[in-house]
Design a protein around this ligand. Sequence first.
Ligand SMILES: [Zn+2]
Length: 124
Amino acid sequence: MKKWRLEKEFRFEASHQLPHHDGKCKRLHGHSWSGRLVCESDSLQMSGPQQGMVVDFGRMKLAIEDLLENHLDHWHLNDSLKLENPTSEEVARWIYEKAKPKLPELRSVMIDETCTCRCIYQPE
Ligand SMILES: [Zn+2]
């Protein structure tokens, strides 16, 4: 855990289907998903427009915005993420890998599939 931790929340509605599941998740169904991008750092930027920040919250928003529009919100995740079995774990990793190049400070992605189920992907 570093000294500063920033979280940017996002929400999307999407369907998915888990073809290998032995219960009801095998059927096509949807969720109101929510998630967070988490950035961490031990230092703040020393100059420029982001002086005093780990990263501008606006940059965190930009990193997730086009993923929401083009792949997540009101999409069928099996198709839009090209994942055969889009569990929360796989969706969190997919978002991390897509957002990381635009947001080098990204440390983890949290995905809430329901109000009581949360997955956190943190590769290092
Ligand atoms: Zn589900």
